[in-house]
Write a protein that binds this ligand. Structure first.
Ligand SMILES: NC(=O)c1ccc[n+]([C@@H]2O[C@H](COP(=O)([O-])OP(=O)(O)OC[C@H]3O[C@@H](n4cnc5c(N)ncnc54)[C@H](O)[C@@H]3O)[C@@H](O)[C@H]2O)c1
Ligand SMILES: [Zn+2]
Length: 684
């Protein structure tokens, strides 16, 4: 490469990386995968090494990528918050090890930790109390987000014990646990808002909110992984971690001391799959020299410590052909495109579908019919399309034309300005919307009638028994007994027969009966008023103690409720002014549902059906978070245990379960059940 070519490429790469950094840190948007980003940075690094006089102090290789905002006070860091050198290869890890060896004389050891995929935070403590929480910003200066940080329950405001230095700083990662992320997205989907791309973006977006009340509701968490004080209060990083834990910080106990590179490699291998069992997204391992004295000896580059490195796991990605796009209509009429793919093996599972979110996403990816696309599986359950191989585009292919009529009822779709989704406006006549509303009504956070789940609604709808939720309460034993249908699971393609025998019918009717005890806020959420998710429903119930009060509320009264804006208020008014909805309300009231706040009931069904049984939960589940399953088990008398032994009663297995666990359970003859089997157990 000539010098001129190098200069051109360097300026091209710098501009691209600056842009990607800006999108990533300022707007929490990833335009390319982390791997792609890291490869661009690596290419720039190599070029700057070969042509060192072309390197400028402003190059993205020389600076931490983030920046400060105007929305919060700026704070200068006492100790700069640096980035970490990273690698995807064992060979480069060996090079790091050799460099360390060369500098340090005598023995040393490493501490290996998870590389949590969240947002870096600096926490300052004085006399045992949190005084400041600051973002990394540009590494030298960050945003003072103390008010938001104070809402995070796993960050201690006051320390335990007394043996802490008068002033010190803690470094940690703020993150959104998968369970919270999934619940948040489910709610956003419910109210027709754009889904958040991943827990990291969700966490960084949340920390930048101006309203710390809203931050508190997002249930962020934090792992502490670093300690700084002058003079240094400990000899080693591991000692500091142990002290942090003792003082009340949340320290993940996944870290491990490693004496040799081989032990480090074993740790990396161990966590390559096990990391999917953690409640938080991780994207690699951080390897740190344990002794603080030796860390000082090794020192820092402009951008990162020389005593640490991140080994990053490559996100699992595969290329396959896009066969078609299927459009699904949700209960609110929102249309979601799903990519149908030629089956491809990815991280141990066959992938046939991937999410595409909405028309904007299709435009952004610039997908044509029949393209070869890249699918990636991150921490999330549904794989996503991350890019297109344009070099393999078929000569006669066309850009994807977004649908203009509803795939279910043919009504022309509408798209309100500023909204990402297209909608089918035929609310009362579009089958997936009708079924979706029924499914929403019985769903977990609504009336939680689990005995009606899984295809049973389809059957009731097709037989003409139920089209609006109030009709559930008219169902009789005679109507239900003996109904049957062969049902094909869309995702797996498997068929099974649903038939309503004695037991099923009893369960269904008992579940419906029980739903009359559900508290008012759940009933309100169950009604499926657009933009009224469970949080909004709770807010409304706090203000309007009965359905009558809510129904009579004017626009002005509605928008006085915190967080109820124009959009929600108008949607509530529209819902109540519809005569069909009014009639349905009357019938639901006659059926005996709770329409005022007084009568509260337990949110999780409780029984002793699982008493005497022990459970291990492993993997990722489609319908419940792991926490939900745990709560269900313990609320019904079951016992959670942490490891598989001969005495274990059930292993509840989800997607992505570690192969070692599966093998052990099979070997010991443990009963392996799915989340649905567990629900069935509860229904027995
Ligand atoms: N996709 C994109 O468009 C895009 C754009 C910019 C950056 N990125 C990603 O962000 C990375 C650069 O970000 P960076 O400079 O923050 O580096 P980094 O995120 O790779 O590493 C540094 C960070 O790791 C975090 N961390 C997590 N666990 C830790 C632990 N146990 N110990 C110490 N630190 C821990 C800290 O927050 C620290 O700030 C890139 O490598 C890329 O993967 C992606
Ligand atoms: Zn329709």
């Amino acid at each position: 490469m000539t010098e001129q070519e190098a200069a051109a490429r360097i300026s091209e790469l710098s501009a691209r990386i600056h842009h990607l950094n800006h999108q990533y840190y300022q707007y929490s948007v990833s335009e390319v995968s982390d791997y792609e980003f890291d490869m661009l940075l690596e290419e720039l690094n190599k070029l700057e090494k070969d042509f060192s006089h072309l390197r400028t102090p402003n190059s993205p290789t020389q600076r931490v990528g983030g920046s400060i905002t105007k929305n919060f006070p700026t704070v200068v860091h006492k100790y700069p918050m640096l980035s970490l050198g990273n690698t995807y290869s064992e060979e480069e890890l060996r090079e790091f090890h050799n460099r360390v060896q060369k500098v340090l004389e005598g023995d040393y050891e490493y501490v290996c930790e998870q590389k949590f995929d969240g947002v870096a935070i600096s926490l300052t403590y004085q006399n045992g109390e949190l005084v400041r929480g600051v973002t990394r910003g540009d590494g030298t200066r960050g945003d003072d987000i103390t008010a938001n940080v104070r809402t995070i329950k796993t960050i201690p405001l006051k320390l335990h014990g007394h043996d802490y230095p008068a002033e010190f700083e803690v470094r940690g990662e703020v993150f959104m646990p998968f369970s919270v992320f999934e619940a948040l997205n489910a709610e956003r989907e419910d109210i027709g808002e754009m889904l958040l791309a991943n827990p990291r973006n969700a966490a960084s977006g949340t920390l930048k909110l101006q309203d710390s009340g809203q931050v508190a509701r997002r249930k962020l968490s934090c792992y502490a992984y670093g300690f700084l004080s002058t003079p240094m209060a400990f000899e080693t990083h591991a000692e500091a971690l142990a002290a942090l834990k003792k003082w009340g910080f949340n320290v993940s106990d996944t870290y491990q001391k490693c004496g040799t590179l081989e032990e480090v490699l074993a740790y990396i291998k161990l966590w390559e799959n096990n990391r999917f069992e953690l409640p938080i997204a991780t994207d690699g391992i951080v390897i740190k020299v344990n002794s603080f004295h030796q860390q000082e000896e090794l020192g820092y580059t402009a951008k990162s410590p020389r005593w640490a490195i991140a080994y990053k796991y490559k996100a699992m990605s595969a290329a396959t052909r896009l066969r078609d796009i299927q459009y699904q209509v949700g209960r609110t009429g929102a249309v979601t495109p799903v990519a149908l793919l030629n089956p491809v093996l990815l991280a141990g599972t066959t992938v046939k579908r991937a999410s595409l979110h909405n028309a904007n996403e299709i435009l952004r990816l610039d997908i044509y019919t029949g393209d070869i696309v890249y699918v990636e599986k991150g921490g999330e359950i549904i794989p996503k399309i991350t890019g297109v191989d344009k070099s393999q585009r078929l000569p006669d292919s066309q850009p994807i034309q977004y649908l203009d009529t509803c795939p279910a009822c043919n009504t022309p779709l509408v798209r309100t300005e500023g909204e990402a989704h297209h909608y089918c406006p035929n609310e009362k006549g579009c089958p997936p919307q009708i079924k979706g509303k029924l499914e929403h009504f019985i769903s977990r956070n609504a009336l939680n009638i689990m005995s009606l789940g899984e295809g049973k609604i389809d059957l009731l709808f097709e037989k003409g028994l139920v089209t609006t939720p109030d009709q559930f309460y008219d169902l009789t034993h005679e109507q239900l007994f003996g109904l049957s249908k062969v049902y094909t699971d869309e995702k797996s393609g498997k068929t099974r027969t649903i038939s309503f025998g004695q037991k099923t019918v009893d369960n269904i009717l008992a579940g419906i009966q029980k739903s009359k005890e559900a508290p008012f806020d759940r009933v309100l959420f169950a009604l499926g008023i657009r933009f009224v998710g469970s949080t909004v429903a709770r807010k409304l119930v706090q203000h309007f103690a009965s359905i009558e009060a809510l129904q009579q509320a004017s626009y002005e009264q509605l928008i006085q409720v915190p967080e109820i804006g124009d959009r929600i208020a108008l949607s509530i008014l529209a819902w109540f002014s519809d005569p069909a909805n009014q009639a349905m309300l009357l019938r639901l009231q006659a059926a005996g549902l709770q329409f005022s706040q007084e009568k509260a009931a337990a949110t999780i069904p409780q029984s002793d059906r699982l008493a005497g049984f022990s459970f291990v939960i492993s993997g990722v589940f489609e319908n419940h978070s792991r926490e939900e399953l745990q709560d269900l088990i313990t609320a019904n008398g079951g016992k959670m245990v942490s490891s598989i032994s001969k005495k274990l009663s059930y292993l509840v297995a989800g997607d992505k379960m570690g192969p070692a666990k599966l093998e052990k359970a099979t070997e010991l003859g443990i009963k392996i059940i799915s989340e649905n089997d567990l629900i069935e157990l509860l229904a027995k």
